[in-house]
Ligand binder design. Structure first.
Ligand SMILES: C[S@@+](CC[C@H](N)C(=O)[O-])C[C@H]1O[C@@H](n2cnc3c(N)ncnc32)[C@H](O)[C@@H]1O
Length: 312
């Protein structure tokens, strides 16, 4: 088991190789395999304190004696398991709840909020490090990733009423949002109103960067978007649109090459009872891209979610 997998219950790393290539460039052809086990930082002590990403900071030496070596603070890189750790802090969840309560939520999303509230400790805890054992879903992973990564640009494929998109914004409100959905008028027996509602939802959670609405079929729109701008990169992508095996595979295939270094892809519904193939599909991508992305997943409860962080 890779080192990072030991933390909490999010599992990560490689599975058995299944004949997929190890690089995006070769994703369609050569069956190269790489050992995905990498050394990962084990400290998560800084993640809730507002530092953002991996960097080494040398403190100014002017006030320090000339014989004193510069103080070097080495901050651990964020890894995929670290996003789950951050998602389990009660305070992370409280911040997301406080934001998403402001939305015009339907019964589905009210149910998700209720579950999140239930996952909070009964008593306020004096221990800021407290990590709950709570369940994870795409929205809390997206929110935690946004808090940690402070994405410049994010994309959600399959937006519906914007619960996960707004979870990103509650994590970091200065993110350029790209919302892609066919917004067929009824989805899962409920109204699916589209951009008019979504503008209000984004406003409600204090979004103050550009929002781009891409209405239509992702299998047409994604190739168009990346065809027009082959260098376009996203720091955070949620894939939750077409749930057929070939459709979800196509969305992942389209977006993986456009994830910025240090960025993350979140893939929902790994153990959805109606889409059992999605877990195998995710694992095939994990086997393909383990050399370039750090994969993790949560399968203990709910519908399951996977995420993959592109190594720098
Ligand atoms: C499960 S819902 C998304 C839920 C949302 N991600 C959230 O967490 O609240 C799936 C959405 O994907 C959209 N969708 C399904 N297939 C699509 C496709 N091929 N292209 C674009 N959108 C699609 C549906 O219209 C629906 O709104």
């Amino acid at each position: 088991m890779p080192l990072g997998c030991a933390r909490r219950k999010a599992s990560c790393g490689s599975g058995g190789a299944r004949g997929h290539p190890a690089t995006l460039a070769g994703a369609l052809s050569s069956p190269i395999r790489e050992n995905p086990n990498i050394d990962r930082p084990t400290s998560n002590s800084g993640w809730r304190d507002g530092w953002r990403g991996a960097d080494n900071v040398s403190m100014p030496t002017s006030t320090i004696s000339s014989t004193t070596p510069p103080i070097r603070i080495v901050r651990p890189a964020i890894d995929a398991a670290g996003i789950a750790d951050h998602a389990r802090f009660a305070d992370t969840r409280r911040r997301m709840i406080a934001g998403l309560e402001k939305l015009d939520n339907d019964d589905v999303d009210l149910g998700r909020l209720a579950r999140l509230r239930e996952s909070l400790p009964d008593e306020p805890t004096l221990d800021p490090d407290r990590v709950t054992d709570a369940w994870l879903d795409n929205a809390i992973i997206a929110h935690a990733a946004a808090e940690l990564l402070r994405p410049k640009r994010a994309l959600e494929i399959g937006v519906r009423r914007g619960f996960a998109s707004c979870a990103i914004v509650t994590g970091f409100d200065d993110v350029e949002m790209h919302l892609m959905d066919s917004w067929r008028p009824v989805y899962s027996d409920r109204p699916n109103p589209g951009p008019v509602l979504l503008r209000e939802q984004l406003k409600a959670v204090g979004h103050h960067a550009n929002a781009h609405f891409h209405q239509g079929n992702s299998h047409i729109l994604l190739p168009q978007l990346f065809g027009q701008d082959p260098l376009l990169k996203f720091d955070l992508v949620v894939v939750d649109g077409d749930h057929t095996e070939s459709g979800a595979d196509a969305d992942l295939r389209d977006v993986f090459p456009h994830v910025a270094p240090g960025g993350v892809v979140i893939f929902d519904d790994l153990i959805h009872p109606q889409h059992r193939y999605l877990l195998d599909l995710w694992h095939r991508w994990r086997d393909t891209l383990a050399g370039e992305f750090d994969f993790a997943e949560y399968l203990d409860d709910g519908l399951g979610v996977g995420w993959a962080l592109r190594r720098r």
